[in-house]
Write a protein that binds this ligand. Sequence first.
Ligand code: NAI
Ligand code: MG
Length: 361
Amino acid sequence: MSGHRIAVIPGDGIGKEVVPAGLEALHATASRFGISLQLDEFGFASADYWQRHGTMMPADWEETLRGYDAVFFGAVGWPEVVPDHVSLWGSLLQIRRTFDQYVNLRPCRLMPGVRSPLADREPGDIDFVVVRENTEGEYSSVGGRVFEGTERETVLQETVMTRTGVDRVLRFAYEQAARRPARHLMSATKSNGISISMPYWDERVAEMGGRFPDVRVDKLHIDALAAQFVLHPDRFDVVVASNLFGDILSDLGPACAGTLGIAPSANINPERDHPSLFEPVHGSAPDIAGQGIANPVGQIWCASMMLEHLGHPEAAAHLLGAIEDVLALGPAEAPLTPDLHGKGTTVELARAIADRVRERS
Ligand code: NAI
Ligand code: MG
């Protein structure tokens, strides 16, 4: 049986602690479902690599990673050694763009045993995914400065929306919605204020909707939508947004669902022309790195998303169920990490989840 080839990049800080934890849960799930995996670990995209080589990644990184089915990524960034814009642009952002990972997918689910910062919210109340356009939109480098340093100093930066770029992310979002029980898509817009690009976005949303008659679609201006995330998170199922709006919503969503430590994300190239990359939402957390107390759940949930992407939905659901079972036990019964009000370590929590993967029916 030919296995899936996975490139593993731990990166910096707690990335080096949560990636092994994620792999333990991944191995437990793969062996239970008879999935064969070939894993290769790489030390680049880290401050250590930068100190030795003066770059974040080797010149041939693209050829190296191209042959893999997926990249399992920890976190990159160690500001004491490399400025953050250098480490990020020198690694993760290059990978996302080169591999045309045009969907950034972030599930937001309030897990049992996790306290939401929103009052009186329970598991089941928050369960939606944010689909963010990841390659164009507001994050273009089209523009410039003229008359610098004078009274006429002028700065311009353009939003770029291409029909190809908009349609492909909308199609992905509609497909996600069509597969979920609620079959609802919410589009983030601002066509009242941004009077050229956002009406275009709305037009494409309506046009694409014609191909998905079973999906109910709504739109909300981004300001009202952000307020609704906090006031009525239960209204949402799939949310689709441009690069900037999606960036903001995909931090706000997981924040409403509790700790940063459990939030996963996927950078996806849906056509599979290039590998997709799975990474927790959090960074390298220098303040707790080396203490063995980082929450591994975000990374383990990434393993579940990766299994789903590789065509193993039952295995993915089984692993997510194991995470839920262990979190639901609460800090008294399970070795939850300090951010979940427990006294457990990264290794203990990962072991508990891997054990649960083997035990649960
Ligand atoms: P961060 O996400 O690393 O940490 C923010 C806060 O959350 C810290 O107090 C940290 O201890 C806590 N935290 C994060 N993950 C946790 C976990 N798994 N368990 C328990 N607590 C956790 O964000 P910060 O501090 O702004 O950035 C630190 C470094 O990480 C920077 O170099 C930054 O550029 C980088 N970064 C990298 C990302 C990536 O690789 N995609 C994403 C975000 C930041
Ligand atoms: Mg962000």
